[in-house]
Design a protein around this ligand. Structure first.
Ligand code: PLP
Length: 375
């Protein structure tokens, strides 16, 4: 079996050919965007055009700050460490890069319900119990389950307590409409490689009123907020991918149809399987599905042998298939959690991919069940 089926778009989404072309063209511009000569000005133009593409992709105001960073992790770090707040209220299912950014200051986790959704009453109680000088960080879409948080309502409430609100929208961009202005948040993190742009480039969007302090001071680039010569080819590829991700959002209806068919076929064949948070509002491309009695590591290895690429959960934690912190926070029983693998589809996914996956998954399911009955 030579077919490779890529179902790990939440880990990284294959680079779009238009982004590859744009990166290659930008690599031939031999100027530093801070140089005043013609080649420098050419590079600067590329950076500013891409900044506009990223701004437009999330409908941020013209006045918003768009700071290019080396990745989504750095954008989260800049948001949390650069905002000069004393305390952070952080969703219990946030990406490790958010938690990791909070080293120096006081953190309180915001509890989630069985679907992974933040309970607004719990957040309100946290404010009532000492909510001065706070930054709230809540993701728009969870990388493992795809569950979408009610960020708009959370931001409205947090602003009543003068909190700053940061939203990690790394997984949401390109899969659902991400509107910085409508969400009403103060800061938002993005990453290019989740939308078919290059790896190693991200952005922090902030309203003009947020006072950001650089973590990387260096030469004062990015308006003094992120020192270091800009990654011009990466930034250009990000701009192109952001524009395409927005323009091709309609393709997500096709992707959702593939995902829904996959789930219903698996549940038909294996009624003891569980789709995590199946009743919650989720990203259209993500399915976190547990095959009863077969641990995630075994599934990933067996599916890999069948040419299928997927993860047990967060890509950062995959490779080491530990039980998911996200599922623990949601109170998913241990036996279900340890048998869950994440299927994440995207712009390259086809019906053939789904058929191939269903056949390999069912083959494994039937083999495991036959072995259990024989034992
Ligand atoms: N936030 C979320 C929700 C993610 O899923 C990821 C990556 O998996 C990140 C942040 C980090 O992004 P990057 O890989 O660009 O550092």
């Amino acid at each position: 079996m030579n077919q490779t089926v890529y179902m790990d778009h939440n880990a990284t989404s294959p680079t779009r050919p238009q982004a590859v072309d744009a990166v290659m063209r930008a690599m031939k511009v031999n100027g530093n965007p801070s140089s005043v000569h013609s080649q420098g000005r050419k590079a600067r133009r590329l950076v500013e055009d891409a900044r506009e593409q990223v701004r437009a992709a999330v409908n941020a105001a013209k006045s918003a700050q768009i700071v290019f960073t080396s990745c989504g992790t750095e954008a989260n770090t800049l948001a949390l460490q650069g905002c000069d707040r004393a305390k952070a209220f952080i969703g219990a299912t946030e990406h490790p890069s958010v938690l990791g950014a909070c080293g120096a200051f006081e953190i309180e986790r915001i509890l989630v319900d069985g679907n992974g959704l933040i309970d607004p009453f719990k957040l309100e109680e946290m404010f009532a119990g000492g909510g001065d000088d706070v930054i709230v960080s809540v993701m728009l879409a969870n990388n493992e389950t795809g569950v979408l948080q009610q960020v708009e309502g959370i931001a409205r409430m947090a602003h009543r307590y003068d909190a700053l609100v940061h939203c990690d929208a790394v997984q949401a961009l390109g899969k659902v409409d991400v509107d910085f202005t409508t969400l009403g948040v103060d800061m938002m993190s993005l990453s290019a490689h989740k939308i078919g742009g290059p790896l190693g480039i991200g952005a922090l969007i902030a309203t003009k009123d947020v006072k950001l302090t650089a973590i990387n001071r260096g030469g004062g680039q990015e308006n003094g907020v992120r020192g270091g010569t800009e990654n011009v080819p990466g930034i250009v590829g990000f701009g192109v991918a952001a524009e395409l991700a927005k323009a091709e959002l309609t393709d997500m209806a096709r992707v959702q149809d593939l995902r829904d068919r996959l789930e219903s076929r698996l549940l038909h064949i294996a009624p003891d399987a569980t789709v995590i948070a199946s009743m919650a509002d989720r990203l259209p491309n993500t399915s976190f599905i547990s095959m009863a009695g077969v641990d995630a590591e075994t599934q990933i290895m067996a599916l890999d042998l069948a040419g299928i690429c997927l993860s047990a959960g967060s890509a950062c934690a995959s490779g080491k298939t530990k039980t998911s912190v996200v599922l623990n926070a949601m109170g998913v029983p241990q036996d279900v959690a340890q048998c869950a693998v994440r299927v994440s589809l995207g712009h390259t996914s086809t019906e053939d991919d789904i058929e191939h996956f269903i056949s390999a998954w069912c083959d494994l399911y039937q083999r495991k069940h036959a072995a259990k009955s024989a034992a």
